[in-house]
Design a protein around this ligand. Structure first.
Ligand code: AVI
Length: 316
C-alpha cells in the first residue's frame, strides 16, 4: 500500500473559499464539506432511511454484478474518485479480477485508513491511495496510466451531481482524456423524481445532514482561523425543480460579522451561503451528457422504481 499526497501542491483552495465568501452571492465549494468529521457524517447520511441513493446503488450493483464485472474484465486497474468508506468498491474487489486499486480522495486520514484496511483485506491487490482535490487538474503517476493495462474509473454515489452542468461535462471529458481506447467509466447518477422524496433525503429527521452542512464552518474555523458561530447559522435544503437540483445553504440567523484571517465578512439577517448543488439527471439527460463528453454508452442499469442509475461507458 502506498499513499501519494498531491494536496499540498493544491493549497490555494482556501483562497478560493475567501473569494467565494466575499462575492455578492456567497457560496462555498462542496469539497469543504469533507474534512475527517465531514466524511464520517457523510457515511452516516448514506445509512439514513431518507437517503435512498446509497442503498439503491448498492442494490443495482448486487443485482447486475456479473454483467458489470464482464465490462471491467480481469487483471485490470480500478481508479475510484472520491472513494469514501469503500463499501461499493469491496463488491468489485471481492471478484478477484482486479490487480490494482487506486482510490483518490480529498480527506487524507480517511483515505489512509480505508486504503490500509483494504490492503489487509485484499493482499493480492496493489493499493495506491492518492490524496488530491480531483475537481482541480489532476496528474496521475505515469506508471498508473500504462495504456497496455485495462483501466476502469469508478465514480459512484452521484458525486457527478455536485458539479455544475458545464463542469460535469469538463470533468467527464478530462476522465475520457486520461483513459485509453477500450478503458471504461462505471458511474452512478441520481435520477429526477418527486420533490418530496428529494426534500426528505436532504432534510432527515435526525438532523445528520444539517450537522454535515454546518461542519463546513467548523472546518473553515480550524483551517482558516475563521470565527463562524455555528449557533448563528441554520441548515436549509430544497429541490429547485426548474434547475433540476437540490440546493444546500447555510442561513445566517442574524446580522453578523465573521472574521477570516484579516478579512471581515458582513452577513445580513437571513443571507445564505450556498454550500452544495446536487443535480439530478433523467436517464436520457445523463446519456446525452456522457456521449457529448467523449464516451460511448455500453449499458445502463436502474432499479425497479428508477430512483437511481448506473452506467458503464467506454472510450473508443
Ligand atoms: C456526495 N454527494 C453525491 C452527496 C449528494 O447527495 O449530493 C452529498 C450530500 N449532501 C447532502 N447529503 C448528501
Amino acid at each position: 500500500m502506498r499513499i501519494i499526497d498531491q494536496l499540498q501542491e493544491q493549497n490555494n483552495r482556501f483562497d478560493e473559499a475567501i473569494e467565494s465568501l466575499t462575492a455578492t452571492k456567497k457560496s462555498l465549494q462542496p469539497k469543504f464539506l469533507y474534512d475527517k468529521y465531514g466524511s464520517v457524517l457523510f457515511e452516516q447520511i448514506t445509512q439514513l432511511e431518507e437517503y435512498y441513493p446509497t442503498r439503491t446503488e448498492l442494490s443495482i450493483m448486487e443485482g447486475s454484478l456479473d454483467e458489470i464485472l464482464r465490462h471491467i474484465s480481469s487483471r485490470s486497474t480500478v481508479i475510484e474518485f472520491g472513494s469514501g468508506a469503500s463499501r461499493k468498491i469491496r463488491m468489485l474487489l471481492e471478484s478477484g479480477m482486479i490487480d490494482e486499486y487506486v482510490p483518490i480522495d480529498i480527506s487524507k486520514s480517511f483515505l489512509m485508513e480505508s486504503s490500509e484496511q483494504l490492503s489487509v483485506d485484499y493482499p493480492a491487490i496493489q493499493v495506491t491511495g492518492i490524496v488530491a482535490d480531483y475537481t482541480n487538474e489532476l496528474n496521475l503517476p505515469k506508471e498508473l496510466m500504462d495504456a497496455t493495462k485495462k483501466k476502469t474509473v469508478f465514480f459512484p454515489g452521484s458525486t457527478i451531481g455536485n458539479f455544475e452542468k458545464k463542469e460535469a461535462h469538463n470533468f467527464l471529458s478530462m476522465i475520457a482524456a486520461l483513459l485509453s481506447s477500450g478503458d471504461g467509466l462505471l458511474i452512478g447518477v441520481d435520477v429526477k423524481k418527486a420533490p418530496r422524496i428529494l426534500h426528505n433525503a436532504y432534510n432527515d429527521k435526525e438532523g445528520i445532514t444539517a450537522k454535515f452542512n454546518l461542519n463546513l464552518l467548523t472546518h473553515l474555523n480550524r483551517e482558516l482561523g475563521a470565527d463562524f458561530n455555528l449557533n448563528q447559522f441554520e441548515h436549509y435544503a430544497f429541490y429547485n425543480a426548474e434547475l433540476g437540483r437540490v440546493e444546500m445553504h447555510l442561513v445566517s440567523m442574524e446580522e453578523q460579522v465573521v472574521t477570516i484571517g484579516n478579512k471581515s465578512i458582513l452577513f445580513n439577517n437571513h443571507e445564505t451561503i450556498h454550500t452544495e448543488n446536487s443535480y439530478k439527471y433523467s436517464i436520457s439527460e445523463f446519456q446525452q451528457l456522457a456521449s457529448s463528453s467523449g464516451f460511448v454508452l455500453e449499458k445502463t442499469w436502474t432499479d425497479p422504481k428508477e430512483l437511481f442509475s448506473l452506467h458503464y461507458l467506454s472510450v473508443l
